[in-house]
Write a protein that binds this ligand. Sequence first.
Ligand code: 3H9
Length: 658
Amino acid sequence: MEAAAILFSDTVRGEVQGDILVVIIDNPPVNALSADVRSGLVAALDRARGDAGILGLVITGAGRTFIGGADIREFGQPPVEPILPAVIERIEDLEKPTVAALNGAALGGGLEVALGCHYRVASSAAQMGLPEVKLGIVPGAGGTQRLPRLIGIPAAIDLIGSGRSVKAKEAHELGLIDEIADAGTVEAALAAVRRLAGQDPRRTGQLAVPATDSAAVEKAKTRILAKARGQHAPAQAIRLVEAAARPLAEGMADERATFLKLRESSEAAAFRHVFFAERQASKVEDLEGVPPRLVETIGIAGLGLMGSGIAVAALGAGYRVIGLDRDDEAAARGRERILGLLQKNLYTGRIDQTAFDAQENRLSVTAADADLAPCDLVIEAVFDDLDVKIDLFRRLDKVIRPDAILATNTSYLNPDEIAAATARPERVIGLHFFSPAHVMRLLEVVRCARTAPDVLATGLAVAKKLRKLAIVTGVTEGFIGNSIFSAYRREAEFLLEDGALPHEIDAALEDYGFPMGLFAVYDMAGLEIAWARRKRQAVTRDPSERYVEIADRLCEAGRLGQKAGRGWYAYPEGKRQVDPVVTEIIAQCRTSKTVTPRSFTATEIVDRLLAAMAAEGRKLLEDGIAARESDIDLVMINGYGFPAHKGGPMFAAAHTPR
Ligand code: 3H9
């Protein structure tokens, strides 16, 4: 039968298919629930209610998304009628069957719309979640009250408290959706409306919250709260979910008030900054319209920890990988390491056996440079030594095609010097992965002095396929991340000398939201590499520059970190403890420099560290190393544990009330 189109608003249209009204939300790019969408939905509901010829309703999205959630751009402004909870209440109250056809992502308010429907059908690729806590808020349109009624309190705490999304299969197992429809979600939804016609609608808001044992609730809570250090939204979300077994209206009022309050919080502003920063990062000014080169096969030179991690990321993204190491034995060991990581992915359910087999088949290793000839891109991940890298690049330059790309994973060396050793420096780029490379999301993409635009564009395209967050950086020692980190570290050492103790600095950082304090991290990583670097730099160090010797004294005393049993802390039976010996070493260093120690509050400590990071950040911007403040924020959040809910050092330094 011919479907007649009805326009309910600029972004919501309807098609009557037989006796069912299919409501299509068409608000690109992600069908966010703008005021126009909300009023369009109300108009569609009015139509369905008033038209006796309409048996029921299907709600779906145009394009790849069902609904990407509330329009985050509206968050800074006063709410506009009709507000979403009221729209969803009208959906739920409708006397005719209303079915959500989840053709793609149903997130935040989008999932809340689906929860208000009487039945949910999803395509197997659809992704569903309530990611509000990742924006510093709680769901504001019934998510915390309806979801536990469908899937129980522990599962709802898990989903809402973490903000993670699930695919259709898991959603079905949880009871979040009623049906998976591979061949046409709308068709399956139409069939569901017909089946449900004449029955009492199953209104989610009227279901009883399933009984739960308190141990499961506690377990879910503990897991979420352990990760939510310093944030408010997850605890509030849990509180609302736990209290869901009360009349819906009461829970909804509590949820709405909490949502509105959190929406105005500095935590939410910081998360919104991060959200838009991530979308901004991929926009590189002079690359608009520059097509990337085709990459299908990636060579990885050096199959140590870093190289293996990169290989696993590349295999997971569908690339063919050729690993190179110095001899057959090393290559075979590299292969074992990579397969070990893939096996781990298999055991933990990240990939299934079919994916494992496919990835194993796409991997080969060799000790012969010439075997890298088919590669479109070669990433080196060998020992961070200039001579070693230059030698490797010279060799690779001769065996790979002229249009293939060479990337260095160096952290501290100057990639321009590496590029200069090749015949085609324009094809050289830096790809600075963070360890473990198959887990960490950050990738600094280094634009070297001579990198060609399409080579840079290729670096970004590969990063996207690897599902990494790519941040473009210019060449400077340590690029963006390690430059800021050095400034942070230096300031922390100044603080030590000025009077703060390691555990005081660490406690201030952990309270602020870092997963671990700086000195505890040092101990975990080991102090010897930085010590060796300081010794190398000693010859060229400007004597007028302030230099803190405390770390050197510790290393000289054999305090090389946790593995040595002592470092900035002592570790009797593996447990971290403040060590009076360290306090004494610090006191001696202060005395030798005639510093009179003063005490610092946690706020003073954090403020000084933030100011140092922000000052270094401004320098990177002035020097053209970083393109924008928000890129610096993303690097520190995704590579160095800076708490996302503070928005990154640049955002935080600018927004800290003084
Ligand atoms: C919420 O729903 C609160 C409710 O509980 C309560 C209400 C009362 N709003 O990511 P992409 C833009 S909170 C505005 O590259 P993809 C994005 O900025 C909301 N804009 O696409 C970008 O713009 P541009 C909970 C949005 O295909 C463009 O869309 N929802 C929104 O890779 C493409 O984005 C979320 O947190 C939005 N909600 O992925 C979901 N979403 O091109 C957030 C996206 O100008 N969104 N944009 O740079 C996502 O996770 C992904 O965008 C999605 C698509 C998976 C939907």
